[in-house]
Design a protein around this ligand. Structure first.
Ligand code: SAH
Length: 500
């Protein structure tokens, strides 16, 4: 370790920034994130520097004085840190000499040989700052590492820093022994309060932490529920937040539509509870699922409620949020890639291609009554038990220029087609059906409204099916020159003219 990382408290620290306009603007952008007292020596101006000065002034704790000229050694007295941002080597050497004579700690941009300290690559999460140093030898290596750290650190980490700052005084007072404070923090960071802060609810986490402190440690712990979208199946389509929550879960409550490869990503020793549903099959009622989530959270566990696609698209996520809130349980919602987006992307059907469509509507076929597909075991997710069957005003979906993405439609295809024809869609209207979108078993069918019922009856096997109706469904990706081997089964009905 040829360099030693230090962190400098910047509140009120006197810093000189000496520089040519462009280089100085970039350093100023970094310094303006701190509460330092900065004097900028910049003889020339540039639009970039002027804009940066203006936006720096907007930072409430930052203090900036501008001097329009180069400094001499006298002018640099009293500064703790001096940053020199000039292209000219001789000027850099001379300014560094002045600064050092004035007793400052000096950094010359891109000149590690002239610098008392280097500026590391930084990953910032609010109060939490990660510095990556390579001794000034390989900035590209530092950037490479930074990209990895950026991806690995949750964006909510900064909220934990903010929580630490808010709790600091109270904690020192309530738990004067350092070991007690450390235990308190360890429990908080790994438990539901830490999760709540990371989800952005710092005030709620603070109130919960203060309540825990006031009660002492004997009280029952309180858990939290994260309602997480698992996406359509392919684990690559999971969000980073979903992955992190899965890895911190005590218990994962999941549906049938959640791909097993995603469950494999969860913490090994988490408990897995299956509450899945399938059409016409016996399943756990929504009320029982709500009660389970509440009970697990009340037992102090960190619960991930994992749902296929997005929790708020035909996923009954809203009802679970309401039930949890009513029970006083902290809850967060993590979006997922919904089936319509995943199926459209993999088949190459741009849902709002400007040549074909100006709107896209997500619909459920659930209201259409039973059709030909009674025997087809379509994965219909949770909405199957939705209770009442709200019928829609189908006349609103007849117009051209609007794409329909229909969930849970394959079982009721006769009723669905009848309603769309009655609404004014032509029987030659293109329809794309995607079964098991984004999974290894993905299959696609291109058909038309007139032939859909017939084609679908032969096409559908056992997986969830999404229908895309409208001109957008005419497009198709040509995989012939694709580097990744694509072995997706595709069926094209003779009447379905497609492009791509
Ligand atoms: N919340 C989910 C939808 C649940 S409703 C989401 O946002 O995707 C269940 C319906 O979603 C299924 O009947 C099917 O129409 C559709 N669906 C879910 N996953 C799918 C997949 N991988 N491929 C095709 N359709 C899918």
């Amino acid at each position: 370790m040829r360099v030693f990382p230090l962190s400098v408290p910047m509140h009120g620290t006197r810093v000189a920034l000496v520089g040519a306009a462009g280089l100085a603007a970039r350093k100023l952008a970094l310094l303006a994130k701190t509460p330092a007292d900065v004097t900028l020596f910049a003889p020339e101006s540039s639009p970039e520097l002027t804009a940066q000065i203006a936006s720096s002034m907007a930072h409430p704790e930052f203090c900036l004085t501008r001097v329009p000229g180069w400094p001499d050694a006298t002018a640099l007295r009293g500064f703790a840190l001096v940053f020199i941002a000039v292209e000219d080597r001789d000027a850099g050497t001379e300014l560094a000499r002045f600064a050092r004579a004035a007793g400052a700690f000096v950094n010359v941009v891109d000149r590690p040989d002239l610098s008392d300290f280097h500026v590391p690559a930084i990953v910032e999460r609010g109060e939490v700052v990660v510095a990556i140093a390579t001794g000034g030898l390989a900035p590209s290596l530092a950037r490479f590492v930074r990209a990895k750290v950026e991806a690995a650190l949750p964006s909510g980490l900064g909220f934990l820093g903010e929580l630490a700052r808010r709790l600091e005084t109270n904690l020192r007072h309530t738990l004067p022994v350092a070991g007690d404070r450390r235990r308190f923090w360890e429990k908080l960071l790994h438990g539901p309060i830490g999760q709540r802060a990371q989800a952005g609810d710092v005030a709620g986490a603070e109130a919960q932490a203060l309540a825990d402190l006031a009660r002492g440690t004997d009280e029952a712990p309180r858990g939290m529920v994260h309602i997480v979208g698992a996406g359509p199946g392919d684990p690559d389509l999971l969000t980073l937040r979903a992955l992190r929550l899965l890895q911190a879960a005590d218990v994962v409550v999941h549906d049938r539509l959640v791909d097993p490869r995603i469950l494999d990503l969860a913490r090994r020793d988490a408990d897995f509870i299956f509450v899945g549903k399938k059409a016409q099959a016996h399943s756990m009622s929504q009320a029982a699922i709500n009660a389970l989530l509440i009970a697990e959270a009340r037992a102090g566990r960190n619960v991930v409620r994992l749902k296929g696609g997005d929790p708020f698209i035909f996923g009954r996520g809203g009802e679970e949020v309401d039930a949890l809130k009513a029970a006083g349980i902290a809850v967060s919602v993590v979006p997922g890639v919904t089936a319509a987006l995943a199926c459209a992307a993999s088949a190459g059907a741009a849902l709002t291609h400007r040549d074909y469509a100006h709107a896209v509507t997500f619909l459920t076929g659930h209201a259409c009554g039973e059709g030909i597909g009674e025997g087809i075991g379509e994965g219909i997710g949770e909405a199957a038990n939705a209770g009442g069957r709200p019928d829609l005003d189908w006349s609103a979906f007849g117009g051209s220029g609007q794409t329909l993405a229909i969930y849970m439609g394959a079982l009721r295809v006769d009723g669905l087609v009848a309603r769309l024809l009655a609404a004014g869609r032509p029987s030659e209207e293109p329809v794309l059906a995607v079964e098991n979108g984004s999974r290894p078993e993905e299959r696609r069918l291109w058909s038309t409204l007139g032939t859909l019922a017939h084609d679908l009856g032969r096409f559908v096997q056992d997986g969830p099916v999404l229908l895309i109706v409208g001109e957008a469904a005419r497009q198709r990706v040509d995989h012939s020159d694709c580097a990744i081997p694509v072995e997706i089964q595709e069926f094209i009905h003779a009447d379905a003219e497609i492009t791509g």
